[in-house]
Design a protein around this ligand. Structure first.
Ligand code: ADP
Ligand code: MG
Length: 343
């Protein structure tokens, strides 16, 4: 047996990347979340997909941007501007905090970062190119305020990972799903996704979640939804639920965001369904866009590398409040007038 030894940083990063960067959709998720954390008002996602659904991914934001030093540091593993100590985790409101995404993506792809800071007006733009964890280039460049990240040759050095990708359409469907979930969690930001030059997703900036729903699912779906509201000292429930008649066979119609984070949660989806009681046919699911604002001290986002799942303290109370809010929303509507309520 070989002697025990420490892995070199490049290998460490490639292994770590396996947790965060499982497919193109994961790359888009991390980069769009970075744009949101940077305070962007508009996020543009452009993908050109080859047979495996990977080609080039480009994300552009009008957020705070980075100084030349920060642009280089951003690629270092565990480098983050979002937390400093473990205590910060209890109050973290940013989507990122691990400082792992850029390092991980750049470990298994070629990443070009073009950025210019909003503050420090004297500073121009910076371009950094990193491939397989190696910095190939850093130079000054003309650029607008904000950040563009271009990801090419994804998984060029991890053929096993590349092999596990599904068809082009499946990978693209995952990618659209990610952007949709984030757009619904952040209706205050405009999102635009183009794929090989064609517009696939477009939402406008709006304080009202309903406008994002219109942008993503059309006027018809948005019109048939009922607003949900609920409040406890540590929780605020908002969003929309469908009339029972609008239910689907697909459980993925339940979209949940917690503190601006698009998440999946069986318990919460179950609590929503319970709110329908006997109104919902068996094996059918409502169309739901639930927005939860929960005291950050009660939400542990540090349970999964991609943070798609969160752990809640006082979960039974939270679930009970959700069930009650959904039941109230439905009770407030005269369900015998289903047809008319859709106008
Ligand atoms: P994390 O988001 O967990 O902090 P990342 O690896 O995703 O880790 O990003 C590292 C750091 O790079 C961030 O903390 C942030 O300071 C900076 N950064 C990344 N993307 C952007 C962006 N689009 N705009 C401004 N700063 C960014
Ligand atoms: Mg991040």
């Amino acid at each position: 047996m070989p002697r025990i030894h420490k892995l070199d940083p490049a290998t460490v990063n490639q292994i770590a990347a396996g947790e965060v960067v499982e497919r193109p959709a994961a790359v888009v998720k991390e980069l769009v979340e970075n744009a949101i954390d940077a305070g962007a008002g508009t996020v543009l996602v452009d993908v050109t997909a080859d047979m495996k659904g990977i080609g080039r991914i480009r994300i552009t934001d009008d957020g705070c941007g980075m100084t030349p030093d920060e642009a280089l540091l951003a690629f270092e593993p565990h480098a983050t501007s979002k937390i400093s100590t473990i205590d910060d985790l209890h109050v973290v409101r940013t989507l990122g905090f691990r400082g792992e995404a850029l390092a991980s993506i750049a470990a298994v792809a070629q990443v070009t970062l073009i950025t210019r800071p909003r503050e420090a007006e004297t500073l121009g733009g910076t371009q950094v190119v990193v491939r397989g964890g190696e910095v190939l280039e850093q130079r000054e460049i003309g650029a607008p305020v904000g950040t563009t990240v271009i990801v090419e040759d994804l998984f060029f050095n991890t053929p096993a990972r590349r092999k596990f990708l599904k068809s082009r359409n499946t990978e693209l469907a995952h990618l659209y799903g990610v952007v949709e979930g984030i757009a619904l969690a952040h209706s205050e930001i405009a999102f635009r996704l183009t794929q090989n030059g064609r517009e696939r997703i477009a939402t406008q900036r709006s304080a009202d979640l309903r406008d994002a729903i219109v942008g993503l699912h059309g006027v018809e779906t948005a019109r048939s939804l009922i607003p949900v509201e609920g409040r406890t000292p540590f929780l605020r429930i908002g969003g929309y639920v469908s009339l029972p008649a609008e239910s689907r066979v697909n459980p993925s119609q339940i979209t949940i965001s917690i503190n601006g984070r698009s998440v999946t949660s069986r318990p919460i989806a179950g609590a929503v369904r319970e709110g329908y009681g006997t109104l919902l046919p068996k094996d059918r699911y409502p169309v739901v866009f639930l927005t939860l604002d929960i005291d950050t001290a009660l939400v542990d986002v540090n349970v999964h590398p991609t943070k798609r799942e969160v752990r809640l303290t006082r979960e039974p109370e939270i679930l009970g409040a959700i069930t009650a809010a959904v039941a109230d929303a439905l009770a407030a509507r005269d369900l015998t007038r289903d047809g008319e309520s859709r106008e």
